[in-house]
Write a protein that binds this ligand. Structure first.
Ligand code: ADP
Ligand code: ADP
Ligand code: MG
Length: 709
């Protein structure tokens, strides 16, 4: 946990020398009295927590889809900004700050946090921007400009071309000079967007186009740079902090190598097995980078570390608080949001470099819990958190979350649900704690990456610290291996159905297939609860026979093969979704929650999804028959581009439609060879999940497929 008392002491102990500084050239220290938090979700709550702790008033803002969001409910005053995109509405945010009597604005991360024009405007309006000077944001916001400055400051950069010539032929020549593979990167890029790998000269033009087009739509600027693609890199970043008294410190490093779509999902501090000399060198280069741009406040200098050569290169600087800042807080015993407030108030940093190094201890991990489907290329999901149980928090287990049970993960915004942060005396201990805590995380209502994170945290290569950005690809077969569902999961799910009469139902649940079973208990007859197992196109039934032999006692047989005689079972008096069964030699607690036709089962730290037979009317209601021979939208989204015309003959895997959901582009590819009969939704259309986007002609294959890259 952050130790705010340390920093609080520093706030009070303004040294005479610091005061003298302020009376001359340095702006006067001015305590913050009211902060407008121009963000949402967990970071808005995070900033609010520290501000409130120090008695600073806060005001939050929200948009129409966020009217009931937690961050809007934590302050007595929250200002409605209007439409979904209004977190970017500079005028409204500044007006809200002034009207609510705030003297400062905290931008969080994302949204306006790295918008130099916003930072400038806030200052011009007489408010304090809780972040670096706008000039530093501007310089660092441009990946090519920042490289120039870094090279001058003696910070190593990845070999490549980062000049202004954007002629495709010229860029191809530069790429050939660097040597393939190369990475094409939007200079204004962020969030892993606007980035494409070109493995060969032949695919360079395509990759250049697609990087440019994503950059245009995401950042309104399609200038790119080309650099050497490092094939087995690690992502190592340094947390820096600077004040306006000339102090600049490094609060250690974080390894964020485990990524999907160039976006981090597991972060840790310190970086495993980093040579101590190299480690100090990276810290010093990061401090040099910050000083070179007159930095103030919290920043992160990202480096790419070449596993093959042991060299490291500056990649970019993020001029804000990062999502993964908690791992640094845990190992340094600091509250970085408090440090941000101190610096914004014109006060000096609370600790020196030596003090930070002296109090650094232990190892911390952060796992990002996302609403997404790892089995479908990590496409984002959205929907209601129908059921949510989180690990017990303690001095070593922390959860920074923006949403609770009943809240909705909206398709308008980033799909991160929460961050799980754990700490241990060393890496092994912290990782064991991470696995245990993930095992306690239960989410029903949408797809999450929790099962995937469990596999990552238990992977022998990860345990051995063999991290690299290609980790997921390299270990794809073991990370995506399908694990068989244990018979006890079926047995306990069946008991839950029988004992509840009706498994816990969500209010809007269209199913009540189990309704007829109420009143069975006590009638001493055999009942069969059926599950459906899908293997590709094939479907088989898995029956569980439940025979009551005495009060609370049952003989169970799963799939006609595995028998559990004389099981006693009951529903937890505290929680209807929990079945407690006594099997021979085993007391087994299992959570069973129904979401439509799926029973989501949590047992022994793992989640299983058991399908139940769909009632025939449901298929009709869904309109599945009407969308046969079509390609469906995998998630709620907006159609950005349609790459085919009616009558086109397409091959399997040909791009059909580009969609955008949660600010991310996804290419929908053809599931098979065929002829396009109809474009159902065109550019700009906003569609729900499971809606037909493109229809194929009758004689082209007759399967309905959800396909996503
Ligand atoms: P009111 O309830 O009329 O807003 P207050 O005396 O509570 O008046 O506060 C005065 C001003 O300070 C308000 O107009 C508001 O801008 C700001 N303020 C006070 N408390 C809060 C708070 N908890 N959150 C946000 N703003 C606040
Ligand atoms: P963003 O602004 O989107 O975060 P970065 O430049 O920080 O972009 O790169 C994001 C990720 O892409 C890095 O963490 C790393 O995994 C990968 N990456 C970036 N540059 C290279 C490179 N030259 N070679 C290999 N991988 C790279
Ligand atoms: Mg980055």
């Amino acid at each position: 946990m952050p130790r705010p008392q340390l920093a609080r002491r520093a706030l009070l102990s303004l040294t005479p020398s610091a005061l003298r500084w302020q009376s001359s050239s340095i702006p006067k220290a001015r305590p913050l009295t009211g902060i407008l938090i121009a963000n949402r979700g967990e970071i808005a709550l995070r900033v609010n927590r520290t501000a409130s702790e120090y008695g600073i008033r806060t005001t939050t803002v929200y948009t129409d889809p966020d009217a009931h969001a937690q961050h809007a409910r934590v302050t007595p005053h929250s200002v409605n900004l209007g439409p979904p995109s209004a977190y970017l509405d500079v005028d409204k945010i500044i007006k809200a700050a002034k009207e609510r009597g705030c003297d400062s604005i905290h931008p969080g991360y994302g949204f306006l946090s790295e918008n130099s024009a916003f930072a400038k405007r806030v200052t011009e309006e007489g408010l304090i921007f809780i972040g670096p000077p706008s000039t530093a944001i501007e310089t660092m916001g441009n990946k090519s400009q920042s490289k120039d400055i870094m090279l001058k400051a003696g910070v190593p950069c990845i070999p490549g071309y980062h000049g202004s010539n954007q002629d495709p032929e010229f860029l191809l020549q530069e790429a050939s000079k660097i040597g393939f593979p190369v990475l094409v990167k939007a200079v204004k890029g962020g969030g892993g967007k606007g980035m494409r790998i070109a493995k060969t000269p032949a695919e360079f033009p395509d990759m250049l186009n697609s990087a440019k087009s994503e950059a245009r739509s995401s950042f309104g600027d399609d200038v790119v740079l080309v650099e050497k693609y490092i094939t087995t890199p690690r992502h190592i970043e340094v947390q820096v902090f600077a004040d306006n008294h000339g102090n600049c410190v490094a609060l250690g490093e974080r390894d964020c190598s485990v990524q999907r779509r160039h976006q981090k999902i597991l972060e840790e501090s310190p970086a495993p097995d980093l040579d101590p000399v190299l480690r100090k060198d990276i810290w010093n280069k990061a401090r040099a980078a910050a000083l070179a741009v007159g930095y103030q406040g919290a920043g992160t200098v990202e480096f790419i570390f070449d596993n093959d050569t042991g060299e490291f290169f500056f990649m970019e600087m993020n001029t804000r608080l990062q999502v993964e800042h908690p791992v640094t807080e845990e190992v340094t015993g600091t509250d970085l949001v408090h440090w941000q407030l101190l610096v914004a108030a014109g006060l000096p940093l609370p600790l020196t470099q030596e003090q930070i190094e002296r109090q650094m201890e232990g190892h911390a991990f952060e796992a990002r819990i996302y609403a997404e489907n790892p089995d479908m290329g990590f496409v984002p999901d959205s929907g209601e958190l129908v059921y949510l149980r989180t690990p017990k928090t303690s001095s070593t287990v922390r959860i920074d979350a923006g949403f609770g049970e009943g809240d909705v993960i909206s398709p308008h915004y980033d799909p991160m649900i929460a961050k799980l942060i754990v700490k241990g005396p060393d890496r092994r201990a912290a990782l064991a704690k991470l696995r245990a805590a993930l095992g306690e995380y239960e989410v029903v209502g949408l797809s999450t990456n929790i099962e995937f994170l469990k596999k990552l945290a238990a992977h022998p290569a990860f345990i051995a610290g063999e991290v690299e950005t290609g980790f997921i690809d390299k270990h794809r077969s073991s990370l995506f291996a399908i694990e068989p569902t244990p018979p006890e999961a079926y047995a306990q799910a069946a008991m839950s159905v029988i004992l509840n009469g009706n498994v816990q139902q969500t209010p809007a649940d269209p199913f009540s297939v189990w309704g007829g079973n109420v009143g069975f208990v006590g009638s001493f007859q055999e009942r069969i609860v059926e599950f459906v197992e899908k293997k590709g196109e094939a479907e088989s039934r898995i029956p569980v026979s439940v025979k009551q032999t005495a009060r609370d006692t049952y003989d169970l047989t799963v799939d006609g093969k595995i028998s559990y005689p004389s099981v006693t079972a009951h529903i937890s008096p505290l929680e209807k979704s929990k079945v407690i069964g006594f099997y021979p030699h085993t007391r087994l607690e299992t959570t069973v929650v129904r979401k439509e036709d799926t029973l989501v089962v949590f047992q022994r730290g793992k989640q299983y999804k058991l399908d139940t037979p769909r009632p025939a009317w449901f298929e009709k209601a869904l309109g599945v028959a009407d969308v046969a021979n079509s390609v469906l939208s995998p998630m709620p989204c907006k159609v950005l581009r349609v790459s085919v015309k009616e009558g086109d003959r397409v091959a399997k895997d040909a791009p059909l439609v580009v969609i955008e959901s949660m600010k991310m582009e996804t290419v929908i590819r053809s599931p098979h060879d065929g002829v396009i009969a109809k474009i159902v939704h065109g550019e700009g259309d906003v569609v729900k999940a499971g809606v037909a986007l493109v229809l194929f002609e009758e004689d082209s294959e007759s399967e309905s497929t959800r396909a996503a890259e």
